[in-house]
Design a protein around this ligand. Structure first.
Ligand code: SF4
Length: 501
């Protein structure tokens, strides 16, 4: 379930794969997942293999809630994978927690998925998978692999590479976003889709290898970054080392990393496309200051991802930087449906103004995005109540106008404030004195990876691959734009749940 008090785009999932026969893989997986907790807080799971058998432990909740020393001690293995989930396809339930496990006549395997398939319905139909047999995209991929293994000719079942062979057949049929980690009894496999929508990197331990969604997961287990997997690459890690395979047709390979990994989703200490995410965010703020200057007394950021951009804005404008909002670090995800009173308190549950910094000051407030606008509106009201003389909003991403089909939960188009209002109308709606968004060129330049290839579909409407006409939960996408409804009533929580990690 999505956090009903949060108006930001929401994370996908975090994945990790570890091959380290001489170490306690479950402990390493736990640490790596802990570093990826921001990518998903609904469920967590670890699967390990001792070379003969695979054991899976998964449950609803945070990584530290699902695992304790006793649980980890029972997970003896030489290799394994881990997953932390935020559902963007499939409901938030134990059944959809990952890793997904399958047992076939030839091998057992487990898989963890970050992303969202855009052809899940047609794949299920083609393979005659009955509705209800699979609960999520990841479950579907597991089922397709199991079917492929069952029908694989004997001649192809060579050298224990059954899972690898099945992947070579199934992967080209998948469309959309998928960074996968898999393991059978003896090897760990990582896959990045041909567009590389979601990140996946490879690191080296003294006595092993690590795959992870983001580089801080490598740092925490003492691995050093070797490289990011290339879009369309599969790596197989076993006792002989790391092999790279290209299972997708060359013409499908078109790097389109989600630009929101730089803006919001990834940790600031992550390195993507060889660039520091923190420094990219600082540059976004610098660009905003040059592009949309304003006279003010104090620059402040909306914690956490707005802080580096605020620092950059201050540096480029010469306006002092200060802390104006304190974040409650321990709120985590809210699993209860909020009543009206809770909704109105929503922003205050997460952020509280520092009145001494705010009262009497003209503020530049830097945030990463405006999706529905409801949180921004409450934030501006809160700052005015605390005595702000003016509130100038600066946003480090362009207006968010189109829904995401690649693993980010932003709701459908009727919920996106920028799909219905001009910037001036949005400014009026959120109650700011001025409002400006970074332009597309400025954002791309700020990443430091201009030529690397990005998905910007939610900002530009330019989808790099075909998207479904009416995906689950967003049937309104192709309807004529309805009047923006956010001002009067926030949507029911069910509208926020669309789909799988
Ligand atoms: S549509 Fe937007 S959020 Fe989705 S992958 Fe593309 S850039 Fe990222």
């Amino acid at each position: 379930m999505a956090d009903p008090l949060d108006d930001s785009p929401r994370e996908a999932c975090g994945v990790v794969g570890i091959y380290a026969p001489q170490d306690h893989v479950a402990h390493l997986s736990y640490l790596a997942l802990y570093a990826l907790q921001h990518r998903g807080q609904e469920s967590a799971g670890i699967a390990v293999s001792d070379g003969e058998n695979i054991t899976v432990v998964k449950d609803m909740g945070l990584v530290a809630t699902v695992f304790d020393d006793r649980t980890l001690a029972t997970l003896e293995g030489r290799l394994g994978i881990g997953h932390t989930r935020y559902s963007t396809a499939g409901s938030s339930s134990w059944r959809n927690a990952q890793p997904v496990y399958r047992s076939t006549a030839d091998c057992q395997f487990v898989l963890g998925h970050n992303g969202n398939l855009t052809n899940a319905a047609s794949l299920a139909e083609e393979t005659s998978i009955l509705p209800g047999m699979v609960g999520s995209d990841s479950d579907l991929i597991g089922e397709l692999l199991a079917i492929e293994i069952a029908v694989m000719p004997t001649a192809d079942r060579t050298r224990g590479r059954v899972l690898e062979r099945a992947l070579e057949r199934v992967l080209p049929r998948l469309e959309g976003a998928f960074s996968l980690v898999l393991a059978d009894e003896k090897r760990v496999i990582g896959v990045r889709d041909p567009n590389g929508f979601r990140p996946l990197c490879l690191g080296r331990l003294d006595r092993g290898w690590v795959l992870a969604s983001e580089t801080p997961a490598l740092d925490i287990v003492g691995a050093h970054l070797l490289r990011e997997l290339a879009p369309g690459e599969m790596v197989v890690i076993d006792g002989e080392g790391v092999r790279s395979v290209r299972p997708f047709p060359e013409e499908r390979v078109d790097p389109r990393l989600c630009i929101f990994e730089f803006v919001y989703f990834s940790r600031p200490d992550s390195v993507i496309y060889g660039q520091s995410v923190h420094h990219a965010r600082v540059r976004m703020g610098e660009h905003l200051a040059q592009q949309s200057p304003v006279e003010a007394d104090l620059v402040m950021g909306v914690p956490e991802s707005g802080l580096p951009a605020a620092e950059g804005f201050s540096r480029a404008s010469g306006i002092p930087y200060g802390q104006g909002l304190v974040k409650n670090r321990y709120i985590g995800r809210t699993f209860i449906a909020p009543n009206q009173q809770m909704r109105s308190m929503g922003v205050r549950m997460k952020l509280n103004p520092l009145r001494d910094s705010i009262a009497g000051n003209r503020l530049v407030v830097v945030d990463d995005s405006i999706v529905r606008g409801t949180t921004t509106r409450a934030l501006v009201a809160m700052l005015r109540e605390a005595g702000a003389a003016a509130v100038h909003l600066r946003i480090s991403s362009p207006p968010y106008r189109w829904p995401c089909y690649f693993g980010m939960d932003t709701g459908d188009r009727t919920e996106l404030v920028a799909a219905h209002l001009s910037v001036a109308e949005m400014c009026d709606y959120v109650g700011a004195d001025t409002l400006a968004f970074i332009d597309m060129a400025g954002l791309t330049e700020a990443t430091g990876a201009t030529g690397a290839g990005f998905c910007t579909a939610c900002l530009t409407g330019d989808y790099p691959v075909e998207v479904p006409v009416a995906p689950p939960g967003s049937a309104a996408h192709r309807r004529p734009a309805a009047p923006f409804a956010g001002a009067a009533d926030e949507p029911a929580p069910s509208l926020w749940v669309t789909g799988d990690g």
